[in-house]
Design a protein around this ligand. Structure first.
Ligand code: FAD
Length: 347
């Protein structure tokens, strides 16, 4: 089924979220797609607990709080949210609707596309061990879509952050065995989860192997036959042979420009060229806001992205309704905008 909407926003970082608001003020509907499973882009992925001091009129808030506030602010416009899906295709030349497709097969027909892709799509960091690539999505996994898949299995989890620890704890009750392999002897996860994992280890429910790195995965017919783990440092180590059925890897996420490079847009050093009047790309009707765009004097700041979103919304409206003047409306005084915001006092 194709979803029809005024705008598809690629990226749910702070600028993509604020773009929903600006389009909403103009009466335009939006669907937002992000490859990671939570909204907030870099704010959520890289520094949720850090304080931000340069958001206008908010002297200080954490990155997580900023995202929460943005989500609250766009509530009146009820955008479609498609998290955990990467936009892989954008086609159209601006003379008609655009077609946007995600890697989950979701398809949109929209009048305008706004790319708020930041520094790119966040992708799981891959396990560099021989055999890992061939087994991806067969016996080596970078995300858990259905925990039931691992019930009764021998699961080897690699990583020392929240995701690795959370899944080690979560699967301890249902998997036949859970082994956590971490290259350090300190964990980056929340203290409470580390304590929980250690308690499960003491109770013999999980095995934790520290200062350990997966070096090789032997396999046959898409199944793991053995995993070689180096325990120790580069010069002083022993090798252990493990026999899990599945390997789950949680090494964090890294940004990659990814499919955006293939949409026929003018790109300079992994950023999209835009003008500064409309923030339009080289394709009419496709706009770019936030860290992803490139223009003389561009600064990768959230407030710059917010300004870009306001102007891109005006231009998107003009693109959708050619020949009609787009009037500037104050939220303070415009009854039509207040109605869209759901704060209208008029009956
Ligand atoms: P992002 O936040 O990068 O979000 C882009 C989103 O697009 C990502 O979630 C990505 O997964 C998604 N995406 C990309 N391609 C696709 C695709 N094909 N399909 C689906 N999804 C896709 N700025 C400030 O103004 N003040 C600060 O104090 C500040 N502190 C910072 C501290 C740190 C440690 C860092 C790393 C950055 C800081 N920044 C700060 C910069 C700020 O975070 C960025 O300017 C801001 O996040 C840019 O927002 P964005 O929405 O453009 O992109």
């Amino acid at each position: 089924m194709t979803i029809k909407t005024d705008a598809v926003i690629v990226g749910a970082g702070p600028c993509g979220l604020f773009q929903v608001f600006e389009l909403g003020l103009h009466g335009l509907s939006a669907h937002v797609v992000d490859s990671i499973g939570a909204p907030g882009g870099q704010c959520t992925e890289l520094y949720p607990d850090k304080p931000i001091y340069d958001i206008p009129a908010i002297p200080v808030c954490t990155a997580e709080e900023l995202v929460e506030r943005l989500l609250k602010q766009i509530e009146p416009f009820s955008p479609g949210m498609h998290l955990g899906e990467e936009v892989v295709e954008v086609s159209g030349d601006g003379s008609g609707p655009f077609r946007v497709v995600t890697n989950a097969g979701t398809e949109f027909e929209c009048k305008t596309v706004i790319i708020a892709g930041g520094v790119g799509s966040f992708q799981p960091r891959k396990l560099r061990a021989s055999g890992a690539d061939e087994l991806e999505d067969k016996a080596v996994f970078y995300r858990v879509r259905d925990a039931a898949q691992f019930a009764g299995r021998d699961v080897l989890i690699a990583g020392g952050g929240d995701s690795a620890l959370d899944w080690a704890v979560a699967l301890a009750g249902s998997a036949r065995s859970v082994t956590l392999v971490h290259r350090r002897d300190e964990y980056r996860g929340a203290d409470a989860t580390v304590a929980q994992a250690k308690a499960l280890q003491a109770a013999g429910k999980i095995t934790m192997i520290e200062r350990a790195v997966i070096k090789n995965i032997d396999h046959e017919g898409g199944r793991i036959t053995g995993v070689d783990v180096r325990v120790g440092d580069n010069t002083d180590y022993t090798m252990q042979r493990l026999t899990p059925t599945d390997v789950l890897v949680f090494f964090g996420l890294a940004p990659k420009l990814g499919p955006i490079a293939n949409w026929g847009l003018s790109i300079t050093r992994k950023t999209i060229d835009v003008d500064t009047e409309k923030f339009q790309t080289s394709v009419p009707g496709i706009f770019a806001v936030g860290d992803i765009n490139n223009y003389p004097g561009k600064k990768k700041l959230i407030l710059s992205g917010f300004h870009e979103a306001a102007l891109a919304a005006v231009a998107a409206k003009a693109h959708i309704e050619p020949g009609k003047k787009v009037h500037l409306q104050y939220t303070t005084t415009s009854p039509i905008v207040q109605k869209r915001l759901g704060v209208s006092t008029e009956s």
